[in-house]
Design a protein around this ligand. Structure first.
Ligand SMILES: C[C@@](CO)(OP(=O)(O)O)[C@H](O)COP(=O)(O)OP(=O)(O)OC[C@H]1O[C@@H](n2ccc(N)nc2=O)[C@H](O)[C@@H]1O
Ligand SMILES: Nc1ncnc2c1ncn2[C@@H]1O[C@H](COP(=O)(O)OP(=O)(O)O)[C@@H](O)[C@H]1O
Length: 283
């Protein structure tokens, strides 16, 4: 089978994020809507007979390679499948980190999907998703590659077909820790659970937004600015915020007016991830 050289790891947005409660293990019950966007990191894999797993990336100076979700994912698959060889992995990092657009989780998912194909370890998508959730609650949605309504701690996924709008994503230069947001005493945790049909009719919100905006003036500033142009919210636990547009030109026009101390990009919503499209083309 002819696989490509570069494997995409797309970002996601949480179009809404509701927190319904806290479980005894500290994890939170959520209802959230995931859609991919066509902004991606890219990974390249060179297979080796030697068992070593090596990551080449500018990120190595910021995230210790042993903490990098890419190497953690590769190690997990290698151990699970009892694979004898190794890989050199090259990462092109384009996505902002700690922004709530899921770059780390997506990198992990792409590593699992790509190495499973290249190493011919033969795991099913369900098995890969089960491995992936050990690395992060967001990893399975990237492995399955379909826009989805998520419940539980984010692992119960129902695929959904959504309008593929354009988003202006603002990337405030602050790193928000997901663990810190979820452990904050003031985080609202009591949004009632609703059916998907009801949620689709309601206006959408992110229950982490007020807390994160209070703690990070750059996030509040981005939201105050963007909301003048389009319905806007934060994604995940922040710091990125996004405004929805029907029309790409309109989104680009607003981007061109962004105050100089903010930065961002325009991307299109996708119901199928570029990673899964690529795998489907091979089969
Ligand atoms: C809440 C979301 C929405 O997409 O936030 P973002 O990370 O994307 O901003 C994700 O589900 C996050 O997924 P992910 O980033 O993979 O989370 P994990 O590594 O599993 O967990 C990071 C920390 O967040 C908290 N956490 C995460 C998920 C959840 N349902 N309840 C939690 O309380 C836990 O304290 C955990 O220690
Ligand atoms: N390959 C990776 N890409 C990005 N972040 C990574 C990676 N591996 C580990 N991390 C760690 O995970 C943290 C959260 O990453 P990221 O997925 O970008 O944020 P978020 O979950 O908020 O979207 C980073 O700050 C970094 O310390």
């Amino acid at each position: 089978m002819q696989y490509p050289n570069r494997w995409p790891a797309p970002a996601k947005l949480n179009l809404f994020l509701h927190i319904n409660g806290r479980r005894p293990d500290g994890y939170h019950e959520l209802q959230t809507l995931f859609q991919f966007i066509d902004a991606c990191d890219y990974l390249t894999f060179k297979l080796t007979d030697a068992p070593n797993l090596v990551l080449h990336s500018e990120l190595n100076s910021v995230v210790d390679p042993s903490d990098n979700l890419i190497l953690k994912a590769a190690k997990l698959l290698k151990q699970h499948a009892n694979y004898s060889g190794g890989a050199e992995i090259f990462l092109e990092k384009n996505l902002p980190m700690g922004g709530g657009i899921g770059g780390g989780s997506s990198n992990a998912a792409t590593t699992l999907v790509a190495l499973n194909a290249l190493w011919k370890t033969g795991l099913s998508v369900d098995e890969l998703a089960k491995l992936g959730v050990k690395l992060g609650a967001d990893v399975p949605v990237f492995i399955r590659g379909l826009a989805a309504f998520a419940e539980g701690v984010g692992e119960q996924l129902t695929p959904v077909d959504l309008p593929e709008k354009y988003y202006l994503v603002i990337t405030p230069e602050v790193h928000v820790s997901t663990a810190k947001v979820f452990s904050h005493p003031d985080l609202p945790r009591n949004t009632p659970k609703l059916t998907l049909a009801t949620l689709m009719k309601n206006s959408w919100q992110n229950d982490c937004q007020s807390l994160v905006a209070e703690q990070h003036p750059q996030v509040a500033k981005a939201l105050d600015w963007l909301v003048e142009y389009a319905p806007s919210r934060m994604t995940g636990t922040g710091a990125c915020v996004f405004g929805e547009f029907e029309d790409k030109q309109q989104a680009l026009k607003v981007l061109s007016q962004l105050p100089t101390d903010l930065s961002g990009f325009v991307a299109q919503g996708l119901n199928q991830s570029p990673l899964i499209e690529l795998i489907a083309k091979q089969n």
